[in-house]
Design a protein around this ligand. Sequence first.
Ligand code: DX5
Ligand code: ZN
Length: 221
Amino acid sequence: MRKPVRIAPSILAADFAKLGAEVAAVAEAGADFIHVDIMDGHFVPNISFGPAVTKSVRSYTDKPFDCHLMISPVDPYVGEFADAGADIITLHQEAGPHLHRSLQYIKSFGIKAGVSLNPATPAESLEHVMDEVDLILVMSVNPGFGGQKFIPSQLDKIRRLRAMIDETGRDIDLEVDGGINAETAPLVIEAGADLLVAGSAVFKGGMEQYAANIRLLTGRT
Ligand code: DX5
Ligand code: ZN
């Protein structure tokens, strides 16, 4: 099932000193989701923020919060992120040995469950959890930092996942994260992605530029 291309700006690239206003501004500018990058300094070599900050900005928009957990372990923190207002919690395939159980655990909070793949992790690693996922997130950079260069080998993975999703007939979002800009967005859309994460390409030029930045990525007029 192909859906219109939607955009999830990553607030990792926002000004943390005024995060609530940044969330409101990017939502107003046309964001479909708010992408919330959680990093623990252990699964990835960077630390961002946790559930308290997520909760503190939740009231600034009604748009769904797409929480990308780059943390290990995951399960002990799922409840806090659900309580903070996450609508989707995405964990990493590589974050632990019990992916199937963790996906079911996330869904037990009445929210959607996503799974993300690092650049080296094959599409086929999700073959036996396709019934459990609501969203698949392809990392087109190594997770941990914004502003990195897109890894082109991920286009083939997006194509494979598009075929795997279509085969299920289920409503599964295919999201891509890392190095998405005006040059790479058309490539991932052509390969089958329907949800684009972008940090630096959206949060550049000041708040008055966010709507134009989003239009450039999605091709909306
Ligand atoms: C990277 C994060 C991304 C990041 C994207 O680990 O998961 O969401 O913020 O940043 P850009 O769009 O600048 O590559
Ligand atoms: Zn992310």
